[in-house]
Design a protein around this ligand. Structure first.
Ligand SMILES: C[S@@+](CC[C@H](N)C(=O)[O-])C[C@H]1O[C@@H](n2cnc3c(N)ncnc32)[C@H](O)[C@@H]1O
Length: 319
């Protein structure tokens, strides 16, 4: 490591300590020095931007510092674009950057379950369990099940009730390590649900579940399209989202998208899925306030093709 980088690290530590004491002006001086010593160090520019944001008169400089982060790291591991959106400087993106989400959950993976259960009172597994129970009579048995954004596997026990085979897909290798440790998955793999082909050996799924993962994607049209393509006729897509009020894509302070019922319905219809139910319920707590979500069940239709033949024993044809 170069001397300049070492000096920059000391400035960064000092800047963070000063910020911890709410002395933002002094913190900014130290962090600016860190950036000057290590001009390509994204973390330093990001810390500078975050502290510039604390001072209303510095918002233009904060924007410029976040832009620097983006130009240094176009994959946006630090999440600079989200900050720019929340500052009103750029339009809401269609999704959070994959590199940012991956890094976030890699960091969280070890303490994720405890945090979700004890601190956030996460109710997703119960919501998914209730949905699976409701569709169980109409589900093919044993079902082939895909858990999108499976994380550490918190919803796997409910899916396992229906699953003959359970596959997990997630961006974060750290989360997947925990998922494997549950012993509940037949396979897991690392991938972005907006890029990954979803299918293994072109085998369709009878049930696809997405618990607390669609909050990281603003435009869900491609997700419903992909679900429709990956489901067997009559197969189910069970999902949760954070409930939004706005008709636009809404990105909350917690860096999660909220989706309104009125936005979800046209996406589901456009994917030629039937909406079976969409219920509002509390999915978690944040800052001791309930966070409302929507739990949806959509189904791929099973079409009966009338061939006009005078027979009583025509099998249902599915498309
Ligand atoms: C809040 S956790 C929820 C995990 C689990 N489904 C549950 O209910 O506990 C969100 C998970 O979705 C994953 N994720 C977010 N965006 C994703 C994407 N585009 N493709 C695949 N996984 C994604 C994250 O890595 C994380 O593990």
């Amino acid at each position: 490591m170069s001397d300049d980088r070492l000096r920059a690290e000391r400035r960064l530590d000092l800047g963070l300590a000063l910020a911890g004491e709410d002395d933002y002006a002094a913190a900014i001086d130290a962090l600016q020095a860190a950036c000057d010593l290590a001009p390509t160090w994204v973390e330093a520019h990001f810390a500078l931007a975050e502290n510039l944001e604390k001072l209303p008169q510095c918002s233009a400089q904060a924007e410029a510092a976040y832009q620097t982060c983006l130009s240094l790291d176009p994959t946006d591991r630090m999440g600079a674009r989200i900050r720019l959106t929340l500052l009103g400087a750029t339009p809401t993106p269609d999704r959070l950057p994959a590199a940012y989400v991956e890094a976030l959950f890699d960091q969280e993976a070890r303490r994720f379950d405890t945090k979700m259960k004890d601190k956030l009172n996460y109710r997703g597994p119960e919501a998914i369990a209730a949905a699976v129970e409701a569709i169980l009579p109409d589900l093919t048995h044993p079902a082939r099940v895909l858990d999108l954004g499976c994380g550490t596997g918190l919803i796997a026990p409910s899916l396992r009730l229906a699953a003959g085979r359970l596959d997990g897909l997630d961006l974060s290798s750290g989360m997947l390590v925990q998922a494997v440790a549950t012993g509940l998955y037949d396979s897991v793999r690392q991938g972005d649900l907006l890029q990954d082909p979803w299918l293994i050996d072109e085998q369709l799924y009878d049930l696809i579940a997405a618990g607390d993962v669609l909050n990281y994607i603003g435009d869900l049209a491609p997700v419903f399209q992909r679900a429709a393509a990956a489901l067997t006729p009559g197969g189910f897509f069970v999902f949760t989202v954070e409930a939004g009020e706005d008709d636009q894509i809404e990105l909350g302070e917690g860096h999660r998208y909220r989706h309104a019922d009125t936005r979800l319905r046209p996406w589901i219809a456009a994917a030629l899925l039937d909406l079976v139910s969409l219920e509002r319920r509390i999915l978690r707590q944040e800052k001791r306030q309930p966070v409302y979500g929507l739990i949806g069940i959509a189904r791929k239709p099973t079409l009966t093709v009338d061939l006009g033949l005078p027979t009583q024993s025509l099998d249902q044809k599915t498309v």
